[in-house]
Design a protein. Sequence first.
Length: 336
Amino acid sequence: MRSFEESVYPLLNQTKMRRCTIDPVLEEALDSDIVIPVMGPTKSGKSHFLNQLLGSLIFEVGNKLASCTAGVSSVTVTRAPDEHPQVNTILKGRRIVLVDTPGFDDTDMSDEEVLILISAWLTKSYNRGMHVGGVLYLHDITREGPEVKSLSVFSKVCGQGAMDRVAIVTTKWDKLRNIKDGEDKLTDLCDRLWGEMLGHGAHIFHMRPPSSEGESHIYPVHTTPWEIIHSLVVAAENCEVNNQILQIQDEIANRRLLLPDTNAGRELQMSLDNLLKKANELKRKEKEGNLRAPRAAALLERRRQGVEMIIAELERSAGFFTRARGWIRNRFQGGS
Ligand SMILES: Nc1nc2c(ncn2[C@@H]2O[C@H](COP(=O)(O)OP(=O)(O)O)[C@@H](O)[C@H]2O)c(=O)[nH]1
Ligand SMILES: [Mg+2]
């Protein structure tokens, strides 16, 4: 089986992200583990959801540059709280591995970088025998504007075959001034954006706001994090263990595709052409003096790391890319 991450990690070693990529849970992987990655746009409430589920502040809420939540991190649970005995009946002592991931459309990280981190974790977990029991996709119901890219990459990471183990979870209902607005948005999202995923078997849940005890009737639904996890554990139980795989894991580990050639990579247009365009755009911004502020400079540095990582992977594939790499580097770093 191809070890995707080995091609990427040496490069990560040189970056600030190194500590975020070494996940002790992966070092002690068990083939009975039920992996549940939590994905979705930045600030949709992924870390908050996990903390609520775990009943403590495990994951940092509100992504910050250079913090470990900027990477992929996981935690294992072997027992649900006593109010959810049905989960424990199914688990029979097996571990749930909850995986917190960075979101696409992050201001601090390029989408390519995010996909590399997520796919590296998933490939490594698959190569170590773990199975993906289900996947959560969180969506902030108060969100205005599109999240088309995040969703389309997500659906390509999972693949149609995994959709019946996907749970779309809407969050932040308590922030709406008017619940009706949320319900209207929901109808629109189900018709327009999520229709295909739902058609392929994805489930939909709405998080009960923490303050809604006793008044949950005003919300369209009232699901708690453990109820959602329960539904995924049931879905995993009904899925043949060999089929508990995501499309991107199959593409990289079994079919030996390079990340840019996977469906998700293609969705992000991680081609050399596109990298060149990005590099040139960054160079142009630099020339225009847009990057004088320290934060903007840090952003450029991270984007550069993202591009470097992708180039490192492309470089592995053929000698052709070695020459292309030198050329891209020169152009990107201001050479001719
Ligand atoms: N009011 C409200 N705030 C939330 C809810 N879920 C998350 N948040 C807040 O939204 C922000 C982003 O949450 P976070 O979990 O860091 O998002 P992530 O980037 O998806 O991990 C934080 O300030 C959270 O406290 C919710 O259901 N209601
Ligand atoms: Mg987070």
